[in-house]
Design a protein around this ligand. Structure first.
Ligand code: PMP
Length: 417
């Protein structure tokens, strides 16, 4: 940073002149800026707008009775514990049950190495807090998960994007990026990757590449931060096993119940090598004392008594139907564009004709009652104007069709200008 110690510079980057505390914020607050599309998304939440923008799970597919029963039993049988502070590492029984969830993706672990967090978002925050100094570099796919990058930037780290193709991050490109960063004297702290059903790109890292990327990181002494919220939401066949299934000491693995159950519980977890796990627990305690005992115990009860694997199957069916609706509508209304065909998860990544700019086009789309997320949101460096992320998780198949038809009208209008 060239402007250390200059409060004006902080203000210029992230502050607001009308804010009386403008000159008082820490430099790290400069990364916390409302995105330019945020105001538009407020408009896009009106019911007449088909929003293909947000990644909200379709929680209506979860029978509420199952959750009500679990809550009821927790309160009647263990209410005093559920309402109390708990362990900073998480409820022991739930940590055991999390092992069963991770086993579905080939992971063998010890419950002692699991830390329950307030969603995997909070695990991203804690890992960043432990590792990132100002000026450090995080390598990630390009594009990458927007709110992870917000965290990395808030610790004044830089994100270096490695390109992807339909099989995920390209190993040869990763080697080149590492060499260039090292030659420039930069400190690489970790590789952040979403290997399965990527947000936003919708692609999956192949098994061969998982092996290669792990080997590249091993030989360069780079920690892998594997973020896997969507892995169990595959359509026809499971994703390759997690990178963590191959290596215990060099990988911090993040999981969550947000997509396989519901995000309102705010329960996720980190599985970390022992020494990192100890620090994560201390950081978790410093931040929240203990994650919510109540929601952890409700999830634990649900896992013990309900057919949770069957429920994940139901979610898969719902999302696959929606993905099929989206791709069929793209085929019909926008055959000249290109897009990824995700084998699971929530997102399709669309590439627009060269002359179009997804960010500039968004206000027009919202006027036509359809919303999407411009590609620029998913790059730390302003790239992505020619791309957009379409989320198929929340709207009904019929509404997805309506949304894509409206999008086609907008795109055709832009091309004719
Ligand atoms: N990582 C990725 C890639 C995500 O898409 C999300 C949610 N959109 C998260 C982490 C955070 O999920 P949660 O905090 O709900 O577990």
């Amino acid at each position: 940073m060239t402007n250390q110690g200059s409060p004006q510079a902080v203000g210029k980057q992230g502050g607001n002149n009308l804010d009386p505390w403008y000159h008082h914020y820490a430099e790290r607050a400069a990364g916390l800026k409302a995105s330019e599309v945020r105001a538009l998304f407020a408009v896009a939440s009106r019911p007449e707008v088909v929003s293909l923008a947000g990644g909200m799970p379709y929680v209506a597919a979860l029978p509420q009775d199952l959750v009500i029963d679990a809550m009821d039993r927790v309160m009647r049988e263990k209410g005093a514990t559920a309402l109390q502070y708990g362990s900073g590492q998480g409820v022991p029984l739930l940590r055991e049950q999390i092992l069963d969830v991770m086993a579905l993706e080939g992971i063998k672990a010890n419950a002692d190495d699991v830390v329950v967090t307030t969603g995997s978002q909070h695990a991203l925050e804690l890992v960043s807090k432990l590792f990132l100094n100002p000026g450090d570099v995080v390598i990630s796919e390009g594009p990458s998960y927007v709110t992870a990058m917000v965290i990395f930037k808030s610790y004044q780290a830089e994100v270096d994007h490695v390109p992807m193709d339909e099989d995920g991050m390209i190993p040869a490109a990763l080697i080149e990026h590492i060499a260039a960063l090292k030659a420039a004297g930069r400190t690489i702290k970790f590789l952040y990757t979403i290997p399965s059903f990527h947000n936003p790109a919708g692609v999956t890292l192949s098994w061969e590449r998982r092996l290669q990327i792990l080997e590249i990181c091993r030989s360069n002494n780079i920690l892998v931060l594997e973020d896997n919220p969507y892995g169990l939401l595959y359509f026809d066949k499971p994703a390759p096993d997690a990178i963590r299934s191959l290596e215990r000491d060099g990988v911090v693995y993040l999981g969550t119940f947000s997509k396989t159950l519901a995000p309102g519980f705010r329960v996720g977890w980190a599985l970390a090598p022992h020494a990192i796990r100890e620090k994560l627990v201390l950081a978790n305690e410093a931040a929240v004392l203990s994650p919510s005992s109540f929601t952890q115990m409700v999830i634990s009860e649900y896992l013990s008594t309900a057919d949770w694997k069957g429920q994940i199957n139901t979610f898969r069916g719902v999302y696959q139907e929606r993905k099929n609706a989206m791709l069929a509508a793209l085929d019909e209304y926008l055959p000249d564009l290109t897009w990824t065909n995700p084998a699971g998860g929530f997102y399709v990544w669309v590439t627009l004709p060269e002359q179009l700019d997804s960010k500039a086009m968004l206000p027009r789309a919202v006027t036509e009652l359809v919303a999407y997320t411009p590609g620029t949101a998913f790059y730390a460096d302003g790239e992505g104007r020619q791309s957009m992320r379409l989320a198929f998780c929340y709207p009904s198949p019929e509404n997805i069709r309506v949304g894509i038809r409206r999008l086609a009208t907008v795109i055709r209008g832009e091309m004719d200008l």
